[in-house]
Design a protein around this ligand. Sequence first.
Ligand SMILES: [Zn+2]
Length: 259
Amino acid sequence: MRVLIYDEGCGEEVDLGELARYLSERGARVELRGGFFARFASLEDAAREIAGMRISDPMKPVAREEPLYGEVRYELRVLQGKARAGGVLYDGFALQHYMRSLLPGEEVSLERLHLVITPRLLATFSEEDRRYHLRAIILGYPALISTSGIVEAPAKPREFYLQRRLLGEDALAEARLKQKLREKLLDYGDPRLGEVLRGYALQALFYQLFGEAFCENRRCRLYNAHWQEELIEAQLSQPELCERHEKMLKEWREKATPP
Ligand SMILES: [Zn+2]
């Protein structure tokens, strides 16, 4: 299995070289590829497409209308690395679908996992409750992991939301509250983000290899965490994987690289 990692402008937030080393140790052949759009599209085209995927109303699926000129300019600056992606929400399935359409035929194979790490905030529309939900990972081809989604999508502890209401606009008090709850809460710049990213990358790898990405075991890296507290427990406890998933990975590795 080849894992092709793309960096859509993650900056200092995560160390993708470290992620590549980790996945190599787990038995994949890894290649760090830089930007996905820089490789497969013209940045102008990509900027126009991506600007059309902005979510303006979380209760309404995006209609992909012609985007505003200023929005396209902004997306182009993000793609060129001149601006940071932040504060804007994008339709994750639309983005994935567009990226899939850009992949040339020879790149599309079950032996290749395209893994895009992006700082953009992604959400997917659920028909069940007719609204968008933030996502840390969007499995599929290519697989997308959002570094801001890791921080924003799984819920923070209830006590954080309760106590923050009492703080008003006091940023310093909010930082102190986060520090106090740090066993249960992840924030931007958190040194544990690298560990968490490993877990999401393994979910993408398992999904491609075995068609399953999630585990019921709270201490397995494949646990589908809805709370940050659960995410921290699943990603920072040892051993990394439950017995069954460790065995699956080991058997695959032995088959892929015979002694
Ligand atoms: Zn497991």
